[in-house]
Write a protein that binds this ligand. Structure first.
Ligand SMILES: Nc1ncnc2c1ncn2[C@@H]1O[C@H](COP(=O)(O)OP(=O)(O)O)[C@@H](O)[C@H]1O
Ligand SMILES: O=C(O)C[C@@H](O)[C@H](O)C(=O)COP(=O)(O)O
Length: 333
């Protein structure tokens, strides 16, 4: 059973902290990057995608992050505002840092990769002093994301946000979102991931991401992962297994396995972000874990059947409709 109690009477349902970037998704799909000539620009960055998803579900959403003082940074701010996300805590960098870029290569629906350009990226320059205690105190659910832990000062900014969340009883979800870029070593990654994860109420990651975080542990496996984090603050641990679905554990010892829905896949990236927003939305509505996981899984299908991640984030009606169509056998792959 889900024992989480979200605080009442807060202006914001959801706040995400971390990366605001640009995705440049290949227009000529099903071919390698060497043969790709044109791209479509979207707002990207895993926490940005999740925040956009939450806002499309109708939640009052805010973002804490840092953008470059350039055309890309202004594009990101404008897109968040168009999507009714509060940008009062999105700071503009004044050091000449740039916007992180993710060029996506779509070789086939199952063979996708990302070429990241993240030298001197503005998002990693967020400082602890730029994290608003008032906003976190006025938020029901805070999302942190692993990549922001990769470098100072954004690493300290996330720990400061965690401290404010604990102080004010704000629930924290941690999407492990491990990206090899910007981390220096496996040990560094594991140490900071562990320090953050032990302070969080909900953990979401793929099996590979949990393995990386738990590289100092002897035992690897979904059950031992869940037990380990329940000895800290976690109430819910979700382990995602791609097309094989996902498994959720709750602190009372229950677990639930969700199958994925059929999808006409264009590209695989964006699945995790859409799943996270769908699942967290469900949990915030007080739905059962089963229903929340199904909603996340269907939301993931909608995004992987589309060209973008952020722009394709669905509204709630669209997700309910997708589930209904799957149940009627209308989506055949
Ligand atoms: N090929 C697929 N077909 C249908 N659903 C998928 C597929 N890949 C992923 N999903 C859904 O998205 C969820 C998250 O995907 P996963 O690949 O595990 O995460 P990430 O994108 O973070 O690596 C899965 O639990 C599943 O419900
Ligand atoms: O997170 C990024 O910087 C890139 C994302 O915007 C990108 O679209 C993506 O890879 C999403 O990945 P996933 O949801 O973890 O599959």
């Amino acid at each position: 059973m889900n024992e989480l109690r979200f605080p009442n009477n807060r202006a914001f349902d959801f706040t995400a902290i971390g990366r605001l970037c640009i995705d440049l998704n290949a227009n000529e799909i099903n071919r390698p990057m060497e043969e790709t000539k044109t791209f479509t620009k979207y707002v990207g960055g895993s926490p940005a995608n999740i925040a956009i998803g939450m806002s499309r579900f109708g939640l009052n959403t805010a973002f804490i992050g840092k953008i470059a003082d350039d055309q890309m940074g202004r594009f990101i701010r404008g897109y968040l505002e168009e999507n009714r996300i509060d940008t009062g805590n999105v700071v503009t960098d004044d050091t000449g840092a740039v916007t992180g870029l993710a060029f996506t290569e779509i070789k086939s629906p199952t063979d996708c990769s990302i070429l990241m350009y993240r030298d001197n990226a503005a998002d990693l320059l967020l400082t602890p002093g730029e994290v608003s205690e008032a906003l976190i105190a006025n938020t029901k659910l805070l999302l942190i994301s692993g990549t922001a832990l990769a470098q100072s000062p954004s690493r300290e900014a996330v720990f400061q946000a965690l401290q404010y969340a604990r102080k004010h009883g704000t629930i924290v979800a941690f999407d492990l979102d491990y990206r090899p870029y910007t981390w220096k070593s496996q040990e560094e990654t594991a140490v900071y991931y562990n320090l953050a994860a032990e302070k969080c109420d909900i953990l979401l990651g793929t099996r590979e991401e949990f393995d990386r975080m738990e590289c100092f542990e002897q035992e690897h496996g979904d059950t031992s992962t869940a037990t380990r984090w329940f000895n800290h603050s976690a109430q819910i641990v979700i382990i995602k297994h791609g097309q094989e679905g996902s498994i959720a554990y709750t602190k009372d010892g229950a677990s639930h396995r969700a199958q994925s829905y059929p999808a006409k896949v264009v590209k695989t990236f964006g699945a995790g972000d859409a799943y996270a927003s769908g699942f967290l939305y469900g949990v915030m509505q007080g739905w059962t874990l089963e229903k929340s996981m199904s909603f996340g899984s269907a939301s993931a299908c909608i995004v992987i059947s589309s060209h973008s991640c952020s722009d394709a984030m669905p509204g709630a009606e669209q997700v309910h409709d997708y589930i209904a169509r799957c149940e009627r056998g209308e989506i055949v792959v």
